[in-house]
Structures are given as C-alpha cells and as structure tokens.
Design a protein. Structure first.
Length: 132
C-alpha cells in the first residue's frame, strides 16, 4: 500500500488514479502537504466506475492538528493518507454502503467501512465496520 507525499501547490492538478486529482485529497486546513495511498485511490476509482457517476471526496488526508480540531479518531487513517470520506452523485450514502457491505463493488473490502447518514468512509487499514 504505497503512500505518496504530494504538494498542493506544485501537484494539485496532477491526476491520481483514473478519476481524481491530488487537490481533491488535500486537508481542509489549507496545508500544502497531501499524503495519498494508491490503494485508497484504486478503491475510489472502482466506486466511480461501478456507479458511472462522480465521487466527491469530503475528507481525504488530514494533518494531525486538523484531525484533532474536528474531533477525528486518535489513530485516524486520514492522517496516514489511507482514508476518504465521500459521496457519489445521484446515490444516497445508504445505497453506497449497502453495495459495499454486499461486496458488489470490489468484493470483500478488507479495510474500514464507516457508515454515516451523509457520507461513507473507506480506508485501507484493518478490517472494521461502524455506524457513525
């Protein structure tokens, strides 16, 4: 699971995967550094292609300071660049979560799956499931 370090300033428009740009994973605190896992991008690409609809990343990489400021988990995968909170245009989070749980999109996803009312969380850490 290679994680690569990027700069929003110099790499922001650079493609990662088939459907995303570096800037889409940037921390919302305005910091320049972005960590992105190629495995996480691959999962998001598969979701995008399964639904044939745009995927909007609400939260990708988070600096530890930003993660604390929003009450994120102490050992959040977002701080490692291995997580994303997202929505799929035209689909409810519940539809996406149901399809992910059923293995319809990429089989048995072995990482984290967080099911929230307004978004879905995926990560490439240890297998976990939770309702938020």
């Amino acid at each position: 699971m290679p994680v690569k370090r990027y700069s929003v300033t110099t790499d922001g428009d650079q493609p990662v995967g088939r459907h995303f740009k570096v800037s889409e994973f940037a921390c919302r605190d305005g910091s320049d550094t972005v960590l992105i896992s190629s495995e996480t991008v691959e999962l998001l690409d598969k979701i995008r292609e399964y639904y044939d609809a745009p995927v909007h990343i609400n939260s990708g990489y988070r600096t530890p300071t930003y993660n604390r400021s929003i009450g994120g988990a102490k050992h959040s995968q977002h701080m490692l660049g291995t997580a994303a909170d997202f929505v799929v245009r035209g689909k409810t989070p519940q539809e996406v979560q149901r399809d992910l749980k059923a293995g319809k999109i990429f089989g048995e996803h072995m990482g984290g799956l967080g099911c929230y009312r307004s978004f879905t969380h995926i990560d490439t850490g240890p297998k976990r499931r939770w309702q938020g």
